[in-house]
Write a protein that binds this ligand. Structure first.
Ligand code: NAP
Length: 301
């Protein structure tokens, strides 16, 4: 059990839904004197929503960013993405080199690089991305963190219940990871929509769901990634023909074929990159295929 003296003094820059929920869990984990700052919080009166939120989560609302910085060791910024750099600019002159400044706003990799450059050596900057819903998961919500000081953030906060995975080496890597993950998650949703629209139009929706689920349910996702990427490198040429038939079917039914057209375009790219010649059999892991794809695309650009 940690004694209060071992606990870092926490500051939350931005005090909305995420900050309030994390603060509540931090308080339950034994943190005292958590400070929060937001523009509305600085002006709040007893009875205001933000005041009630602060009281319920064991947070004292700071009147200025200067106070927040002076009385804390670790500052977690939880503003909306577009406010992260303006909020940083406001607090910057109050930061100390021993401050850990964790930008956990949802932001572009570029904005994180800009924030890290602004901070320079004024504090220890960490790019952090929150990978789940804070209101539901609280302190157990997974964070990914990057930059020179990400390991320090992990080492100081995981003993207090946070879940922090260090990824990449530079500020921007953690935020890029969250966006790159969305390429898959949101793209998968788009392909599912296209598939299920077509299935419904043929009145075989439940059957298609069942059939696809059998394929996916029992195979670990790492294996699916390896098989789908390796298999496409080997078989891209003949898959174009099949996907053109899919497109024709969708077209005849008046169904969306956007994702299918993208699939055909990607398969054609792979043929142009001579993937079947480079990969007559599926490789053991995905690295050689992805590296060959990057090399060919960079050469063409
Ligand atoms: N909530 C989640 O589950 C979740 C999950 C993943 C990621 N995130 C990310 O975490 C961040 C916070 O999310 P949230 O849901 O807590 O948002 P929110 O409820 O909208 O809270 C944002 C807070 O930032 C404050 N703020 C805005 N501009 C500011 C500035 N210039 N200086 C200081 N404070 C400022 C706001 O108060 P004032 O306007 O009064 O200053 C408010 O207290 C976002 O970037 C969000 O994308 C949240």
């Amino acid at each position: 059990m940690n004694t209060p003296t071992q606990l870092p003094r926490l500051g939350l820059l931005g005090f909305g839904e995420a900050a309030a929920r994390l603060a509540k869990d931090f308080s339950q984990a034994g943190f005292t004197n958590i400070l929060g700052y937001s523009r509305s919080g600085a002006k709040a009166q007893p009875g205001d929503l933000v005041w009630q939120r602060a009281e319920a989560s064991g947070v004292t609302l700071a009147k200025t960013v200067g106070t927040l910085a002076r009385k804390t060791d670790i500052i977690i910024s939880l503003t909306p993405g577009k406010s992260a750099v303006p909020a940083l600019k406001k607090i910057l002159k109050h930061l100390r080199p021993d401050h850990l400044y964790v930008d956990a706003s949802s932001n572009s990799a570029k904005a994180m690089e800009q924030a890290a450059a602004l901070v320079g050596d004024a504090a220890k900057f960490v790019d952090a991305s929150i990978m789940g819903p804070v209101d539901i998961m609280g302190l157990k919500v997974p964070f990914v963190a990057s930059g020179r000081h990400a390991a320090e953030f992990r080492d100081r906060m995981t003993p207090h219940g946070m879940v922090i995975n260090v990824v990449g080496s530079k500020p921007g890597d953690a935020s890029a990871m969250k966006l790159i993950r969305s390429v898959l998650m949101k793209g998968l949703a788009a392909i599912l929509l296209e598939t299920m629209e077509a299935a419904r139009r043929r009145n075989i929706l439940d059957e298609v769901v069942e059939d696809c689920s059998v394929t996916f349910n029992d195979i670990p996702f790492q294996k699916i990634i390896r098989r789908y990427i390796g298999g496409t490198a080997v078989h891209c040429e003949r898959r174009i023909h099949e996907m053109k038939e899919c497109q024709e079917l969708l077209h005849e039914m008046g169904s969306s074929d956007r994702s299918t057209r993208t699939t055909i375009a990607m398969l054609r790219d792979m043929v142009k990159m001579e993937m079947p010649a480079k990969f007559p059999v599926e490789p053991e892991n995905i690295h050689p295929v992805i590296d060959a794809l990057i090399a060919a695309r960079d050469k063409a650009n």
